[in-house]
Design a protein around this ligand. Structure first.
Ligand SMILES: [Zn+2]
Length: 233
């Protein structure tokens, strides 16, 4: 597509030059620049526009998979695209809202966890912030609809999911104050048994390398205990 844009844009001055040449007209330096510059500018402009459109489409698709849309805090404007400033009222306060069915929730959680695990073997200068962003996404997804989240822990949560999500149990319970959600998490954990725990088959390299059954149980029971202390009753 980009090649086509370049060919089309450059063919115009090329044709003009050919016509001029055939009439024996030779252009000087400045007319040559005037002839070619707009074509080069146009070609670059269209290519840039193409890149922006495809990035926008990717983001909209990603947001749709996560079941999230952006919503303005002030005027309520909603869009699949996220802007720094609300296109309707111009204020800066776009937030994500999540809307999942039981089916899409599983996918959204997995996508969020994939974002988190991709950071497990990395150290970038912004690493801590990136991890926090992943956690916030997981928390937003799992606190949007408690009933669906309970269903997720009862039916869809894998052994590996549970490990990564345990990082946010305390914040999730503090935020939702849902005892039933905590019970669903505890019951999922109780169903993990040593025989079916296969470390070598984990998807994340970090868990394959470092998280054996004992480490797994120790860590998750600690996180659940921590989450329990966040219930206010
Ligand atoms: Zn607005």
């Amino acid at each position: 597509m980009k090649i086509l844009i370049w060919i089309l844009c450059l063919s115009v001055p090329a044709i003009i030059k050919t016509i001029l040449d055939s009439n024996g007209i030779v252009l000087g330096a400045i007319p040559t620049v005037i002839l070619w510059a707009p074509a080069l500018w146009l070609a670059r402009h269209f290519c840039k526009k193409l890149d922006e459109d495809s990035a926008k489409k990717d983001r909209a698709e990603y947001n749709a998979k996560l079941g999230r849309i952006a919503q303005c805090k002030y005027c309520g404007y909603r869009d699949k695209e996220v802007y720094n400033y609300c296109p309707k009222c111009g204020k800066s306060g776009m937030e994500y809202t999540y809307n999942h069915s039981k089916e899409t929730l599983k996918y959204a959680v997995e996508l969020a966890i994939a974002g988190r695990t991709s950071l497990s073997n990395q150290t970038s200068p912004n690493w801590e912030n990136e991890i926090k962003q992943c956690w916030n996404t997981e928390i937003d997804i799992l606190s949007a609809n408690i009933e669906n989240s309970i269903f997720f822990f009862q039916h869809d949560c894998t052994v590996e999911d549970l490990y990564w999500l345990s990082e946010i149990f305390d914040i999730l319970i503090e935020k939702t104050q849902s005892q039933n959600l905590l019970i669903a998490i505890q019951e999922r954990f109780q169903n993990v048994d040593e025989e079916t725990f296969s470390q070598e088959n984990f998807q994340s390299e970090y868990m394959r390398d470092y998280v054996g059954y004992n480490e797994y149980c120790l860590n998750i029971s600690k996180q659940i205990k921590n989450a329990m202390s966040k219930l206010n009753n």
